[in-house]
Design a protein around this ligand. Structure first.
Ligand code: IPM
Ligand code: MN
Length: 362
């Protein structure tokens, strides 16, 4: 079968880590006799430069015709000024919304070989292996009103955190499905002691839990969860939460893994039921890292692991997904490290060499 993949390299280190992700897909194609058709489109700062828009219509159109989208990074300091009318990040938000990618899966796995790369004590992080299910197309990111205006008393701005029961139910179901395929425990994170939207969230989560009697649901307040994440991270397995909480908690959790350069993500348009295909977008959680762009030092592992998630969730190629993950593991096992995870006694490699090693292993 021929799989159509939309390729969005974006800004900064994006094109470099994307090249390694595609290298791995080619290795998978050769080994398992698949055919991948790549179509590159623009997004982010480079898209603003060439078209004036952070998400040109052609990008959305190609993405909609493909089986899956692979994205590397968006962001460019030239557009940092908040007064500019358009920013690279707008492209990513519009793409998520335009493709209906409501379920963002962010696994946080601490590789045994990297327990020393974190700023936290090895004993605290060893064995950490959980996954965030972050709501991605609602909440305060998209709620209306969203505006800034001038009053007699000075400037004001408002963002609105709004959720419908439909939006909550479908992301909570995604959480339950993922939990069902793992340890059957789900933590729903909210701020139900203060926020109306969180009270509804908690009620709906409890209602949906009736459909999953085999999974144990517990609730945590977001502030307490933030604390527990660095206190006893290995106690978590599946965490479901709303958009902004998930954004903040997942950056915090990224530090457990030593480097953002290690963490992949999937943004899905459907509920991930084991063995079924769901359209999705796959991207490393790190940004465009402009300061190290073009130097062949960025870590491509997060992109490579995102490719594995794409094989699993959008193409239902579980064997291939596991082969990619095992290849990464083996390359780390043999002591190869990019700059961000380098430690004494390891072998330092560049972006391209890391990709070559993983591809050879596949
Ligand atoms: C992320 C990023 C984005 C977000 C930005 C770039 C809009 O931080 O994917 O976590 O806030 O969702
Ligand atoms: Mn973020």
């Amino acid at each position: 079968m021929k799989y159509r993949v939309t390729v969005l390299s974006g800004d900064g280190i994006g094109p470099e880590v994307m090249a390694e992700g595609l290298k791995i897909l080619q290795a998978v194609a050769a080994k398992y006799h698949h055919e991948f058709e790549f179509k590159s489109e623009l997004i982010g700062g480079i898209a603003i430069d060439q078209t004036g828009s952070a998400l040109p219509a052609a990008t959305l159109k190609t993405a909609r015709k493909s089986h899956a989208v692979l994205l590397a990074a968006v962001g460019d300091p030239r557009f940092d000024d908040p007064k500019l009318p358009v920013h690279p990040e707008d492209g990513l938000l519009a793409l998520r919304k335009g493709l209906g990618l409501f379920a963002n899966l962010r696994p946080v796995k601490v590789f045994d070989q990297l327990v020393d790369a974190s700023t936290l004590k090895p004993d605290v992080i060893r064995g950490t292996d959980f996954i965030f299910i972050r709501e991605l197309t609602g909440g305060v990111y998209f709620g209306k009103p969203k505006k800034e205006w001038v009053t007699a008393g000075g400037r004001k701005a408002v963002d609105t955190m709004v959720y419908s029961e439909h939006e909550i139910a479908r992301i909570v179901r995604a959480g339950f499905e993922v939990a069902r395929a793992r340890k059957k425990v789900l933590v729903s994170v909210d701020k139900a002691n203060v926020l109306k939207s969180s009270r509804l969230w908690r009620q709906v989560a409890i209602e949906v839990s009736a459909e999953y009697p085999d999974v144990t649901l517990t609730h945590a307040l977001v502030d307490a969860c933030a604390m527990q994440l660095i206190r006893t991270p290995s106690a978590f397995d599946v965490i479901v939460t709303e958009n902004l909480f998930g954004d903040i908690l997942s950056d915090e959790a990224a530090q457990l893994a030593g480097s953002m350069g290690m963490l992949p993500s999937a943004s899905l348009a459907g509920i991930p039921v084991s063995g079924h295909k769901t359209f999705g977008l796959y991207e490393p959680i790190h940004g465009s890292a402009p300061s190290i762009a073009g130097q062949d030092i960025a870590n491509p592992v997060a992109t490579i692991l995102s490719v594995a998630m794409m094989l699993r969730y959008s193409l239902a190629l579980e064997t291939e997904a596991r082969a990619v993950e095992a290849a990464v593991n083996s390359v780390l096992e043999r002591g190869y490290r990019t700059d961000d995870i380098m430690a004494p006694g390891n072998t330092r490699v560049g972006t391209r060499q890391m990709g070559d090693l993983v591809a050879a292993e596949v």
